[in-house]
Design a protein around this ligand. Structure first.
Ligand code: FES
Length: 383
């Protein structure tokens, strides 16, 4: 408040004053000179005013619709169920799930913002005032006058009679609030265990047999898919690897024979690559097996997932001299002689081991899927 301003009114005088008087007094007490204070729409209910009103309402309505669309996308997970890439129509829908969430929520927030800005530009009085700067806290009289000022701005912009804008703005804020509330609530009502007992669930990989007794072979990546389709894939026999060698293998099942798409997908699926290691006999004699996995190896052959237990990079490096498996991402190291348990770096869990054996023709096959989820930790995982 300016020291040279008019004398502040008494409490009784203040209570008697109407809004205009308070406005005037507030300006004087604060040393504010209002240079311009035009009514945004001096002539009421013109076509231009109604047009401006509709434009504002349009953005609020769009925001409300986008907010509701977001809630609908969240609430109907059935539409977006995972479909693998072999199902062109289903996979396309599934791949739209995240973009649909982002677009609807983004549109809701953006439209609400545009609506608010447009409303401010079109309906809030644009006064030009000059005010002297003052220090210290505001007095009661200043607070009363500023409230009068704000109330006056509310009256002048005509919000009370703009029911279209009020309704659409309310709907927009409500829908957006619903969308924001839906985010944390949805994570509590979605059942992560539902339909997870299949090869596409987090607990399983492409090594899981599709039916009891299905033989899943260890397959090489020859780099020549055409040949694989025409002449058959290259399977691995127990005598194929030299002692101390390592090879990356993928699952193969008879049903994929000659099927270019299935053969290609088996190579590309992220949880399929397995590191097949043939230990040197002297090293094999020093192996320490994990409890419950004593028969997971076949002779000197050990198969570990290539997906790092830290954050899922491919652990592609095997150092024969030390029997260490290295992950290039954050330098975790795993001991191949000690059920691939981590011995250096940020990883805290061993690499999952694939149980393997040979069939009657000498081909290496998986005895089943991994006995645990591979790769990095996730919420439902206990260890
Ligand atoms: S992902 Fe392997 S160490 Fe981080």
């Amino acid at each position: 408040m300016s020291a040279e301003g008019p004398k502040p009114p008494s409490e009784a005088e203040l209570a008697e004053m109407d809004r205009d008087e308070l406005l005037k007094l507030g300006g004087q007490l604060d040393g504010v000179e209002i240079v311009e204070y035009p009514e945004p729409w001096p002539v009421k209910d013109t076509r231009a005013e109604r047009r401006a009103q509709r434009r504002v309402a349009f953005w609020f309505a769009l925001s409300a619709l986008a907010g509701l669309a977001f809630v609908v996308v969240m609430a109907w997970p059935k539409w977006w169920e995972y479909k693998d890439p072999s199902d062109p129509s289903g996979h396309a829908t599934y791949s739209l799930y995240t973009p649909a969430l982002g677009v609807t929520l983004g549109l809701a927030v953006l439209s609400l913002g545009i609506g608010v800005i447009l409303y401010t530009k079109k309906f809030v009085p644009h006064e030009v005032a000059v005010q002297q700067r003052s220090d210290g806290p505001s007095a009661e009289v200043d607070r009363a006058t500023i409230l009068a000022h704000l109330a006056d701005a509310g009256t002048r912009n005509g919000i009370a009679r703009r029911s279209l804008i009020k309704r659409t703005a309310g709907a927009s804020a409500g829908a957006l609030g619903l969308a924001v509330a839906a985010l944390p609530i949805a994570s509590f009502i979605k059942d992560p265990w539902k339909d997870s007992d299949n090869e596409n669930g987090l607990w399983h990989t492409g090594w899981q047999p599709k039916f009891p007794g299905e033989k899943v072979y260890l397959r090489r990546n020859t780099g020549n898919l055409e040949e694989d389709v025409k002449k058959g894939v290259a399977l691995v026999k127990a005598e194929d690897l030299d002692a101390g060698a390592m090879e990356t293998v993928f699952p193969y099942r008879e049903s994929e024979k000659g099927d270019e798409k299935a053969l290609s997908e088996a190579l590309m699926r992220v949880d399929n690559p397995v590191m097949l290691i043939r230990l040197r006999p002297t090293d094999a004699a020093r192996v320490v097996k994990r409890k419950g996995q004593e028969d997971y190896n076949f002779g000197d052959y050990y198969a570990y997932t290539k997906i790092c237990s830290h954050v899922g990079c491919p652990t592609s490096l095997y150092e024969q001299r030390t029997n260490r498996i290295l992950c290039p991402c954050h330098q975790s190291q795993f001991d191949a002689l000690h059920y691939a348990k981590p011995i250096f770096g940020p990883a805290t869990r061993p690499l999952a081991q694939l149980p393997i054996t040979v069939d009657e023709e000498g081909y290496l096959i998986a005895k089943g899927d991994f006995n645990e989820a591979i790769g990095p930790a996730f919420w439902e995982r206990k260890s």
